[in-house]
Design a protein around this ligand. Structure first.
Ligand SMILES: Nc1nc2c(ncn2[C@@H]2O[C@H](COP(=O)(O)OP(=O)(O)OP(=O)(O)O)[C@@H](O)[C@H]2O)c(=O)[nH]1
Length: 352
């Protein structure tokens, strides 16, 4: 375990399967970390940087976005180093930020990311631990489909069993105990909407006290794949990025969403419903069979676009693009007052 120099900035890797709640947790940290200044590196898998859009407003210059592809697939770590350098450059002889959080894409290999941080040549940073976020409601299904998740839990320093509100108490306890068994070395906590005590991630305590943090050697010891990226989640996943400046027809989009295949596990982005609601854009999130819309006033200056990222296995990317194209509406003057009902059934206020 590396000896920590108080001048060094801890870099925390925030990982977890698609839609488990990483961005929600990051936003919670940004709101609740008091005086601690957080820099964020957000790694989106899809070509449109939806996650970065969801946190960027909070951070201004302290967010950097690494879009379109898993950071863990980068052949060398120099790209990451570039961003770490940007975030850690001292301002007036002092570091401008206290901690860096790297939000991994939902199908990144956390071990690779940790290894990249440990291999960084930036003397101003120190690896600050791996946080794995787990969706309590999807836990069994995800483990069944992706046994690798077990290994990810095994190398975590903190496991957050998120979406506790979506399961009964007994189920939550069961998931917690399974996660504890898999996460031999980590603290395991449950949370709703990623509301964890920020102290669990970046301590105000000396870093030596962290629970069993991994070293570079540990990372090699845990590496059970002889080929790079074999068995990594992202090798099976594809994404579709869809942008339209023509509004979406709410009924057609709901029909598309209702009929989505199980392989299409994750959808996220923003929808413009045109005259059906001129004031708001609708953030949309689908995770497995879970679907929610979150209306929010269009930001000033924001172009009225629909921007969606769809991620899944065995998906017909061209077919999906065509289906989404067919959901656009070029009839801006017809107002059907019931058209939004299907969407409004899935509206929920943001809880962070
Ligand atoms: N009910 C419930 N919903 C949650 C909770 N945490 C997150 N969500 C919702 O789950 C969806 C996905 O959350 P995100 O934070 O975007 O998940 P993510 O892990 O960043 O997603 P990817 O980056 O695509 O892997 C959103 O609709 C969130 O509002 C929670 O504790 N309870």
């Amino acid at each position: 375990m590396s000896k920590v120099n108080p001048q060094q900035i801890p870099v925390v890797v925030l990982a977890g399967f698609l839609g488990s709640g990483k961005t929600t947790l990051l936003n919670h940290l940004l709101h609740r970390s008091g005086g601690t200044r957080i820099g964020a590196i957000v790694n989106d898998f899809g070509a449109i940087e939806i996650d970065a859009m969801a946190v960027a407003g909070q951070l201004g210059d302290s967010t950097v976005s690494l879009g379109n592809g898993c950071l863990c697939c980068a052949v060398d770590a120099s790209e990451l180093d570039l961003y770490l350098d940007k975030l850690t450059r001292p301002v007036n002889d002092r570091h401008a930020i206290d901690v860096i959080v790297i939000e991994a894409s939902g199908i990144a290999e956390p071990q690779e990311l940790v290894r990249m941080v440990l291999a960084s040549e930036n003397p101003r940073i120190v690896y600050g631990g791996l946080v794995e976020v787990v969706d309590a409601a999807e836990f069994d299904a995800t483990r069944e489909k992706h046994p690798e998740v077990e290994r990810h839990l095994g190398i975590a320093d903190l496991v957050v069993v998120n979406k506790a509100d979506r399961v009964e108490e007994a189920e939550r306890e069961r998931v917690l105990s399974v996660a504890r068994a898999a996460a031999a070395r980590a603290a395991v906590v449950s949370a709703s909407y990623g509301r964890v005590d920020p102290e669990l991630l970046f301590d105000c305590r000396p870093t030596e006290e962290r629970i069993g943090q991994l070293s570079f050697d540990d990372m090699h010891r845990h590496d059970d794949s002889s080929q790079p990226h074999t068995g990594h989640l992202h090798s099976a996943y594809e994404s579709v990025a869809f942008t339209s400046d023509m509004p979406m027809d709410p009924r057609r989009l709901m029909d598309f969403l209702d009929r989505r295949s199980d392989g299409l596990y994750r959808i996220k982005g923003y929808v413009d419903f045109g005259t059906a609601d001129v004031r708001n854009r609708y953030a949309v999130h689908a995770v497995g069979r879970f679907l929610r819309f979150y209306p929010e006033p269009w930001p000033a200056q924001e172009p009225r676009l629909t921007q969606l990222v769809l991620i899944g296995t065995d998906i017909d990317t061209e077919g999906l693009r065509k289906q989404l194209d067919a959901c656009t509406s070029d009839a801006p003057h017809t107002v059907d007052e019931h058209s939004m009902w299907g969407v409004l059934r899935y509206v929920q206020d943001k809880e962070f």
